[in-house]
Design a protein around this ligand. Sequence first.
Ligand SMILES: C[S@@+](CC[C@H](N)C(=O)[O-])C[C@H]1O[C@@H](n2cnc3c(N)ncnc32)[C@H](O)[C@@H]1O
Length: 233
Amino acid sequence: MRSESRGAEGRARANARQRRTYAKEAATYDDDPWERRLLGTEHRAWCCSQALGNTLEVAIGTGLNLPHYPSDVRLTGIDLTPEMLERARARAASLERRVTLQEGDAHDLPFADGTFDTVVCTYALCSIPDDVRALREMMRVLRPGGSLILLDHTASTVRLLSWLQRALEAVSRPLKGEHWTRRPMPRVQAAGFAIRAHDRLRAGVVERLVAVKPDTEPGTEQRAGGEPFEAAR
Ligand SMILES: C[S@@+](CC[C@H](N)C(=O)[O-])C[C@H]1O[C@@H](n2cnc3c(N)ncnc32)[C@H](O)[C@@H]1O
């Protein structure tokens, strides 16, 4: 399990690169063909349907998930890149969706411990420089019993496809800090979450999961909403 844990200076440098990358990509991000052609657009609605209560979306980007949240979810979104957030703001306004959007770093979330009932993160752990630290932060800001909902692309279970992804990653990692083969699941377990639901779709390229921050008082766990799905494996 390879992670890019680094010191504060290394994170600041890596963040600066991500900010430059996404400042350039913001205008065209929503037209990216990968999701439509390879990953599938249906997972966003599934993820958002699991959110309950006071919800934080980490690295919200241009706000592609905004149309999918239930209206009673109280939503906050953070992202590193002002140009991405600007688009999220415009989307929220056109949807008349109330959301608090602010600049923030997933490595050091600007919230007190136990603030949120739900944390959502989609297609972003692949590009947050230190994903292990980001997961620890997600754990910290969740209340005990709260849910983490993750969606990302990872190495395919089909060998040929995973080789192609590794080749792609050899270019995309140094160029724009994007990983194609990072696996969220073992990192989520190592961070101390209990996996409640998990599946791999699209030849294993898409991984989505619901995990719970352990609660010292039994029986007070939040139950994720939405459709049931396969047990963790
Ligand atoms: C591939 S985009 C995903 C955007 C959105 N989550 C989605 O599902 O479309 C990755 C996002 O992660 C953000 N990002 C990268 N590193 C970050 C960090 N350290 N903290 C917060 N956001 C970060 C980028 O600015 C970018 O908006």
